[in-house]
Design a protein around this ligand. Structure first.
Ligand code: AMP
Ligand code: MG
Length: 528
């Protein structure tokens, strides 16, 4: 039978030590990187949507994807030959404090396969039931949070941001009880499962737990496995330099990921070290959000409201702090701290340099010298003057008529659609905005750059379609009412986030007023 002509491997399982206990009950696990666990049964699974090009790249045919078997596998009801499902053991620093063992409490990796480019990809179900790491929770996920993960990971991929991907979104047909607002009103919600795809789901926390348990043998095994599997260019390097070079590479990839987040206006919301991928991929889409009005102090996560640790503007420095925790964990492999400290100290200048290059592209500038720098410093102030939609601001900037802006009395008039409350802009604010726009246009005019090239560069850096918070809520409302069409339309728009798509303007519209205060639109709890 040619059905599901994919070969599933279990390289992670075959290479690293397993928890010897096979029963599924809560426990502290030692001396092992994972525990075997079977997914729970979904009562009445339904394939709500799937990513057809990802499926194809993994070797699934269209017939496969539309088959009952496919649905059975990605709802956790059926295990294909070669799959040895497991949950990983990891720890983590949550909100700045060491939290001990966490682990895959509701994620189960089914196995790996080789994609059409020859790369290994692991398939992982999220929300398929309890594992030995579920602690006090149920191992399940609700439709609203699964849809948000599905949409955002695929959107990020098409935006060019390093990310785990999503293959399927399956409704389980079972109810899941959640107290969405943590206000003592638990209620049943539809359950769902996302199948995530990534070369590896190993996190900083996988190394931290080995170090916390003083299990240096396991630490080395996991590091060697990770380097061999995911950093092959380093695998033949001499020890201990190999581990230093690996850490440098992780720092580099993490910087890269954060620069992309900042470029597109993404706020992760829960940057705990158990949510930091060793590959520098965006992982664990929970109470994330997208900047609507530009506010570097904004966090979408209500659990983080008090200290705003994970606010937009702080993400680079949290990433550096998280890397410090990783460095602390792997120090025993190197025997001295200096090379790791040096790598960490290079984080700020590396970030700064890449961010400046990104801002240059966002603004369409050819240089970043003494004339441009004050303009960029002032940009931050200008964006904060009045509620300004970050995404639309940069797109409109590319559309500015340069000559008209220089000579116009009130150039900001042309940009009014990007402000949330244009009528409340004071005369003083208006003048500040106008001055900035005139200086910007003057700089652009005196640059030696073809205008079309500049616009193309800006529009390739500044997306038009991002998965806005309120659009996710609309998609959730539709899907909870059984209407899948809205999600399909939206996903197809998100495949080309940098190109204007006539007729699809509603997917690029700034947040309507009703969404300002609606739960799920700009504020999210961790309840998922
Ligand atoms: P996160 O929200 O990704 O920071 O999750 C922190 C930890 O809680 C991880 O170990 C998760 O696996 C676990 N967790 C979160 N939600 C659930 C759930 N519904 N059931 C079991 N474990 C969970
Ligand atoms: Mg997590």
């Amino acid at each position: 039978m040619t059905f599901m002509n994919v070969t599933i491997e279990s390289d992670f399982v075959g290479s690293l030590p397993a928890d010897p206990i096979q029963e599924n009950y809560l426990r502290q696990v030692r001396g092992a990187c994972y525990s075997f666990v079977e997914p729970s049964r979904a009562g009445k699974p339904q394939l709500l949507t799937y990513s057809s090009e990802l499926a194809k790249s993994l070797g699934f045919s269209l017939t496969d994807c539309e088959s009952t078997e496919f649905l059975e596998v990605f709802s956790g009801n059926s295990i294909l030959e070669g799959m040895k499902p497991f949950a990983m053991c990891y720890g983590g620093h949550q909100f700045g404090n060491w939290a001990g063992q966490l682990g895959d409490g509701r994620a189960i990796t089914l196995g790996e396969l080789i994609d059409e480019d020859g790369n290994r990809q692991a398939l992982q179900l999220k929300g398929a039931g309890k594992t030995p790491y579920s602690r006090s929770a149920d191992g399940l996920a609700v439709l609203r949070s699964s849809l948000r993960e599905y949409v955002c990971s695929e959107a990020m991929y098409h935006l060019g941001v390093p990310t785990t991907r999503a293959l399927t979104l399956v409704g389980t047909g079972d109810a899941v009880i959640r107290d969405m607002l943590y206000d003592g009103h638990p209620a049943p919600e539809p359950g769902a499962i996302v199948c995530r795809v990534a070369p590896s789901f190993v996190r900083f926390g996988n190394f931290e737990i080995c170090a916390a348990q003083r299990d240096l043998k396991l630490l080395k095994q996991l590091a060697d496995y990770t380097i061999n599997a995911d950093f092959p260019a380093l695998k033949d390097a001499e020890e201990p330099q190999k581990y230093v070079a690996w850490f440098e590479e992780v720092v580099d990839r993490t910087v890269n990921m954060i620069v992309h987040w900042m470029r597109v206006g993404f706020v992760h919301g829960v940057m705990n070290t158990d949510n930091m991928s060793i590959l520098g991929l965006t992982i664990d889409y929970g109470p994330y959000g997208w900047l609507e009005d530009y506010d570097p102090d904004w966090t979408p996560n209500t659990t983080d409201a008090a200290t705003r640790r994970y606010r937009y503007g702080q993400q680079p420095w949290v990433a550096q702090w998280n890397l410090l925790q990783l460095a602390n964990a792997i120090v025993p492999l190197i025997g001295e701290t200096k090379p790791l400290e040096d790598a960490l100290n290079r984080f700020p200048p590396t970030y700064q340099e890449r961010w400046e290059r990104t801002v240059r592209n966002k603004l369409g500038l050819t240089e970043l010298g003494s004339k441009e720098t004050p303009l960029i410093t002032e940009l931050e102030n200008v964006l904060k003057l009045t509620e300004t939609d970050m995404t639309l601001f940069f797109r409109e900037l590319a559309n500015l008529d340069v000559d008209a802006t220089i000579s116009a009395e009130d150039p900001v008039h042309e940009m009014e659609s990007v402000f949330y409350e244009p009528t409340s802009i004071s005369a003083k604010q208006r003048e500040q905005l106008n001055q900035w726009l005139r200086s910007y246009a003057t700089l652009i005019k005196h640059q030696d750059q073809d205008p079309e090239q500049r616009i193309a560069r800006m529009n390739a850096t500044n997306p038009l379609y991002v998965p806005r918070n309120y659009l996710a809520q609309l998609a959730i409302d539709e899907i909870e009412n059984g209407n899948l069409k809205y999600l399909e339309d939206w996903m197809s728009v998100l495949k080309n986030p940098y190109s204007e798509q006539p007729g699809k303007e509603s997917f690029a519209t700034k947040r309507p007023d009703w969404a300002r205060t609606r739960v799920g639109c700009s504020m999210l709890s961790c309840s998922s």
